[in-house]
Write a protein of this length. Structure first.
Length: 65
């Protein structure tokens, strides 16, 4: 699949935005009165953060080529 530089840059911008929102979500959930109650949501958000970080890294690698 061949993607243009513009498409990759837009994908990276969208991923950066989503990463920011996910990180804020984790902060919010961890600061709640009983964070253990939200453990599954926190874990899911953290896993998504990791997946988006990997995607971002691969996009950056592709843009550098």
């Amino acid at each position: 699949m061949e993607l243009s530089k513009e498409e990759l840059m837009e994908a990276k911008r969208q991923i950066d935005s989503t990463l920011h929102k996910l990180r804020e979500t984790v902060k919010t959930l961890e600061s709640k009165g009983d964070p253990a109650r939200y453990r599954s949501q926190i874990t899911l958000a953290q896993r998504r953060i990791k997946a988006f970080e990997i995607a971002n890294h691969l996009i950056e690698k592709e843009l550098a080529r």
